[in-house]
Design a protein around this ligand. Structure first.
Ligand SMILES: NC(=O)c1ccc[n+]([C@@H]2O[C@H](COP(=O)([O-])OP(=O)(O)OC[C@H]3O[C@@H](n4cnc5c(N)ncnc54)[C@H](OP(=O)(O)O)[C@@H]3O)[C@@H](O)[C@H]2O)c1
Length: 258
């Protein structure tokens, strides 16, 4: 069956941070197999190359590396990307980190790491890639920035995850402020706030997550690759071109039912 033009993203160029694991890898795979030239980034060049080689069996994929928790990480990643491409249609700010623990135990290094990776990198990588994003943007085909927030930024869980929740709520807010700033320049900025998806951060096979899913998710299951793929393809395609500044909960009804 021919691709529906509304959802056709072939020929675009994407960069997915944290594209070597969990949700980022699912998004990258969905892009690559739809004909998007996709760059995936992690802290480890060998790991990025390994996953890029796997995804290259489906299409075009390349590995990049930078530590987005380092002050110079976003600029270094943007510079490496700019050596290869003059335009970026889709930026997925997905790399994320967590630091659980009570307020009494929280160390400033853990707080700073979460804020840098989850929030600072979203802002500064976007800043550093603006020339390439603007080069791809047009009224007919706006460029897209998709930020990974979390339901942890929409509600207060039953455990202490203060920096994580605060960083994700800030990502949702930043998504709105960037959408306002860049709307006139044909760049759409949206956030996805996932519920539980299987990844290094979230073990959906653990008893704790299974119990949480059964208790709180009306749909009665964790998210799957098709769920995140479907929404990210929608947001990257013509179909999603009028969605701007939204944070979309992808959670089987978790937040709606609270
Ligand atoms: N899975 C869930 O249930 C869930 C729910 C809500 C929100 N989210 C959000 O979704 C996003 C993806 O999470 P995930 O669960 O898929 O996580 P994951 O499996 O742990 O993957 C995280 C990815 O980010 C990269 N990364 C981590 N720290 C980095 C750093 N300092 N610099 C550069 N890259 C870094 C990792 O690569 P390296 O470690 O190799 O560098 C990896 O590719 C995150 O923003 C997370 O907060 C996830």
């Amino acid at each position: 069956m021919a691709t529906d033009p509304l959802f056709d993203i072939s020929g675009k160029v994407a960069l997915v941070t944290g594209g070597t694991s969990g949700i980022g890898l699912m998004i990258a795979r969905g892009f690559v197999r739809r004909g998007v030239k996709t760059y995936i980034a992690s802290r480890d060049q060998a790991r990025s190359d390994e996953f890029a080689a796997q995804l290259s069996e489906l299409g075009e994929c390349y590995g990049l590396a930078a530590d987005l928790g380092d002050e110079g990480g976003p600029a270094a990643l943007a510079a490496t990307f700019a050596e290869r491409e003059g335009a970026l249609d889709i930026l997925v700010n997905n790399a994320g980190a967590n630091a659980r623990g009570s307020i009494e135990e929280m160390m400033i290094d853990a707080w700073n790491m979460v804020m840098r990776v989850n929030l600072g990198a979203v802002f500064f990588l976007t800043q550093q890639l603006l020339p390439q994003i603007k080069a791809a943007a047009s009224a007919e085909s706006p460029a897209r920035i998709i930020n990974l927030g979390s339901i942890g930024g929409l509600h207060i869980p039953n455990w202490e995850a203060h920096p994580y929740g605060a960083s994700k709520a800030a990502v949702h807010h930043l998504t709105r402020s960037l959408a306002k700033r860049f709307g006139p320049e044909h760049i759409r900025v949206n956030a996805i706030a996932p519920g539980p998806f299987h990844s290094r951060l979230t073990d959906t096979t653990s008893e704790a997550v299974k119990k949480s899913v059964a208790t709180y998710i009306p749909a009665g299951r964790p998210g799957t690759e098709e769920d995140i793929e479907g929404l990210s393809v929608f947001l990257a395609s013509r179909a999603g071109a009028f969605v701007n500044g939204s944070t979309i909960a992808l959670d089987g009804g978790y937040i709606a039912a609270l």
